[in-house]
Design a protein around this ligand. Structure first.
Ligand code: AMP
Length: 611
């Protein structure tokens, strides 16, 4: 049995709060229920004196064992401890996160009476191993291969760490794919038609803790992510919190008692509010009733859908703002969007659906895919394609992602030379040329950056590497081929080759050093690029002007050295040395400074060179 099923692969949606596993079986996708019969499983791991619990069992004890029950590992994975997002998240978690070696965040828990430290990948690997177990129990044979999904904005480091988590869990990760792409695959399969017209699809993914909007273009059954937007802290939990805070105040008004100092009471209230919120997706009124909530006082409140909407309206509107931004980034008019797909449990909220439908001028929303399962569904389809278990129709489905920011190297005194432009479809391989910019340079440092600003230092430095042992030569003699390669998992490798000596070196942005931007950073950087547009324009002009001057000075020098020993031109050798010194002293400056200097030198040198 196992032999015949050896190649089979499962699709796993590794979520922040819940995970879901699916498999392609008998020409269709099967969402696999866990041992409790639930089709989604909490991404929770709990440690105690005797054992380790995962999934529903772990979530059930969160109130009893809060400091040793870990969730939200996805918010930590692939990030540094000093990341401002980690610092702010940390304040809200009941479990402890400390700074490990190389600025790696480590989760500290007491397990079997001892303090144990776990990296986020280890926690995620336990969640993944649990999903693997769920699949194996259902299928009745061991499963090795998998496709795992990550948010579209996940950077190299986060994707890599997720892949590591998969490997740690005993899975062979065939591919990491973006969540909206997976949802689109599920959607494309639903709607597969013979139409060859281009289709624009907006994936609106509002889950428990995060909100992601992605704009995809689909031609036949090929998907391409055009743009992404969203918020890493916006979702169902925020809606619950609004209700909790409102009811805490209500309790205070009624009983003159503040329940905020009682974590257990707060937790019970939160659970009841979450349940009420779900009810309000189907009813107009629901009752929240909790016996002995605080100091023996019972609590009851009749919550209307209207009140729930009023408490959360600004958050719902925020979601629509992100949709607008996503369309703007993708340079697409809302009328050009053919389908709007709902993903994530919170898209069941009627007001959210209504606002979205109004924004798209009455367009019918696609709800045919189960919102909690669409991502795992698509991952299972992708897994079937990769293992050749699919029928030939779905083999035509190809997935594409894009780079959220431009990638490049620093050249010519801090100029950002873009090698892979923003929104390039991945996997991709792009090459560019670079030259030595000093005489007798025997080593060159390649600094890799991500961002939209013309000055490299205004962007995010991802890493650097040195190509040394280059034979000594004058500036500009050595030409380097710089290659940026992003693989199907979104992992970036940058290499450089000296064309003269054949020497090469490369860097793969590693987990520990990985500093690729987070989604919030991407938003900040894009916003900064807009804000500093004028200033950046001047930097670009200045880089160009200095670049032209450098070229003019060095080309003149080469001409003089090659042909001039006995001619008039020898007279300007000293002036060239002076000009090189001047350039050294004026690494930055206004464009006019370099333009004027070029004019000045040209007026003297051109007549001499031309003879
Ligand atoms: P996800 O992360 O996609 O699994 O979404 C989980 C979130 O969806 C949680 O905050 C749930 O409370 C929320 N959710 C699930 N079902 C409903 C519903 N019927 N109405 C409103 N929110 C829901």
């Amino acid at each position: 049995m196992a032999g015949e099923n050896e190649g089979l692969a499962i699709g796993i949606d590794l979520g922040t709060t819940y995970s879901c596993v699916a498999v392609w079986q008998r020409n269709r996708v099967k969402i696999i229920p866990n041992d409790q019969g639930n089709r989604i499983t909490p991404s929770y791991v709990s440690f105690n004196q005797a054992e380790r619990l995962i999934g529903d069992a772990a979530k059930n004890v969160v109130a009893l064992n809060p400091t040793n029950t870990v969730f939200d590992a996805k918010r930590l994975i692939g990030r540094r401890f000093s990341d401002p997002l980690v610092q702010s998240d940390k304040k809200h978690w009941p479990f402890k996160v400390i700074c490990g070696a190389n600025d790696k965040p480590m989760i500290s828990v007491t397990y079997q009476g001892e303090e144990k430290l776990f990296a986020a990948e280890q926690i995620s690997s336990m969640v993944l191993a649990n999903m693997k177990d769920i699949a194996e129990a259902f299928l009745g044979f061991p499963v090795k291969n998998s496709v795992i999904t990550v948010p579209a904005y996940f950077n190299d480091s986060q994707r890599r760490a997720t892949k590591d988590a998969g490997t740690l869990s005993g899975l062979n990760v065939l591919r990491i794919i973006a969540e909206p792409t997976a949802a689109a695959i599920a959607y494309g399969l639903d709607k597969m038609s013979s139409s060859s017209d281009e289709k624009n699809v907006l994936i609106f993914d509002l889950g428990g803790g995060t909100f992601d909007v992605s704009l995809l273009t689909m031609v036949k059954s090929t998907f391409k992510v055009k743009s992404t937007a969203g918020n890493t802290h916006l979702g169902g939990e925020d809606f619950d919190n609004r209700v909790v805070n409102y009811l805490v105040q209500d309790f205070e008004t009624r009983h003159k008692k503040d329940i905020r100092d009682n974590p257990r009471a707060l937790r019970r209230l939160r659970t009841a509010c979450e349940r009420a919120k779900r009810n309000l997706s189907f009813m107009a009124l629901t009752t929240i009733g909790i016996d002995c909530l605080y100091e023996g006082i019972d609590f009851e409140y009749k919550l209307t859908r209207e009140k729930f909407e009023e408490l959360n309206m600004d958050l719902f509107e925020k979601c629509i703002g992100h949709v607008e931004k996503c369309l703007k980034d993708g340079k697409m008019d809302k009328k050009s969007v053919h389908d709007v797909v709902l993903v994530g449990g919170s898209t069941r909220i009627p007001k959210v659906q209504q606002l979205l439908q109004d924004f798209f001028i009455g367009k019918q929303l696609c709800k045919s895919i189960h919102p909690d399962e669409a991502v795992a569904y698509g991952a299972a389809v992708q897994a079937a394609i990769l293992t050749g278990q699919d029928n030939h129709e779905i083999r035509d489905l190809i997935w594409w992602d894009v780079t959220p920011l431009s990638l490049g190297i620093s050249v010519n005194e801090n100029e950002m030379r873009v090698v892979v432009p923003k929104n390039t479809t991945i996997p991709t391989k792009k090459e560019d040329a670079a030259f030595t910019n000093l005489d007798h340079q025997t080593g060159i440092t390649f600094m890799v950056y991500e961002g939209e600003r013309p000055r490299a230092s205004d962007n995010i430095q991802l890493g650097k590497f040195v190509l040394s042992g280059i034979p000594s030569a004058l500036m500009g003699v050595h030409k380097f081929n710089v290659c940026f390669e992003i693989d199907a998992n979104g992992i970036l490798t940058v290499s450089a080759e000296d064309k003269t000596s054949g020497k090469t070196n490369s860097i793969t942005i590693s987990n520990v050093k990985g500093m690729l931007s987070s989604k919030d950073e991407i938003e900040r950087m894009l916003e900064e690029a807009e804000r500093f547009e004028l200033e950046d324009e001047e930097h670009k002009k200045s880089f160009n002007a200095r670049g032209l001057l450098v070229t003019y000075v060095y080309v003149t020098r080469n001409l003089v050295t090659k042909v001039a020993a006995s001619t008039e031109a020898i007279k300007i050798e000293d002036e060239i040395k002076q000009a090189i010194k001047w350039l050294d002293e004026h690494r930055v400056g206004k464009s006019e400074l370099f333009e004027n200097k070029t004019k000045e030198l040209k007026s003297i040198w051109d007549p001499i060179i031309r003879g």
